[in-house]
Ligand binder design. Structure first.
Ligand SMILES: *Cc1c(COP(=O)(O)O)cnc(C)c1O
Length: 235
């Protein structure tokens, strides 16, 4: 069996090929899609391997784990993405590490982010998570509350909403995943007419290991891929 670093490098090369092919099918270039490598399954060494292989956008779903890895890799130029739920009492500690927060799922969290960002004179980039699958267990705004949510963005000072994030239904197949992703894109297109001036909903963070190609074909600008990068690395 190949060693872990070369496995990861091979997996990364393969994922990048699939991304490029899917981007081409949607009339775009590979560089139009950001790969966030989700390092939540692996330790610092494997995260370092991803960086060495040229992947500098890393994602974690738990704030504590993001803090830990960010501190351990503090010398490297990583763009950290928090892709999971953030509680308001963890905002202050999280904010300095994160370049994009994917799962902003309540107005209270948005307000707290803006309050802390203003206090520390920092800027916060966020995506609004929308529950596109209808799965009861999922976090996220309901699609029908989004028009009023985006109207409230005018009050934010240092929190910049860059787009939307969504996850396909866990139970669904590839076709259903594509319909979920299409729904997020169409919602974004509708909201563009309602957002306050200065807000652009350019980013669509959608697609994971099992469905990122379909997500790209539906317009994803960011995919969050974990397990596909670590195939064959199990101890
Ligand atoms: C874990 C996770 C991913 C990556 O999932 P894989 O199926 O391992 O690619 C993507 N997005 C979120 C929100 C996650 O929690």
């Amino acid at each position: 069996m190949a060693d872990v670093p070369s496995r990861i490098a091979e997996n990364l090369a393969r994922v990048r090929q699939y991304i490029a092919a899917a981007a081409a099918r949607s009339g775009r270039h590979a560089s139009d899609v950001t790969l966030v490598a989700v390092s939540k399954y692996v330790d610092i060494d494997a995260a370092q391997t991803l960086l060495d292989a040229g992947c500098s956008d890393l994602g974690e779903s738990r704030p504590q784990e993001l803090w830990r890895k960010a501190e351990a890799l503090a010398g490297s130029s990583v763009r950290w993405h928090l892709i999971g739920h953030l509680q308001r009492n963890k905002v202050r500690r999280t904010l300095p590490h994160v370049s994009l927060l994917h799962a902003c799922d309540s107005l209270r969290l948005l307000q707290e982010l803006d309050r802390v960002a203003t206090e520390v004179s920092g800027d916060m980039n966020v995506l609004l998570e929308v529950n596109i699958s209808g799965d009861a267990a999922k976090h996220g705004f309901q699609p029908d509350e989004m028009p009023s949510v985006v109207e409230s963005l005018a009050a934010l000072k240092r929190t910049h909403v860059r787009g939307l994030m969504g996850m396909a239904s866990l139970a669904g197949n590839t076709n259903e995943a594509r319909r979920n992703f299409e729904r997020l894109r169409l919602l974004r297109d509708e909201l563009i007419d309602l957002v306050p001036s200065g807000v652009e909903l350019t980013e669509l963070s959608m697609g994971m290991s099992r469905d990122f190609e379909g997500a790209i074909e539906e317009g994803a600008t960011i995919v969050r891929v974990g397990s596909a990068l670590f195939e064959g690395c199990e101890a």
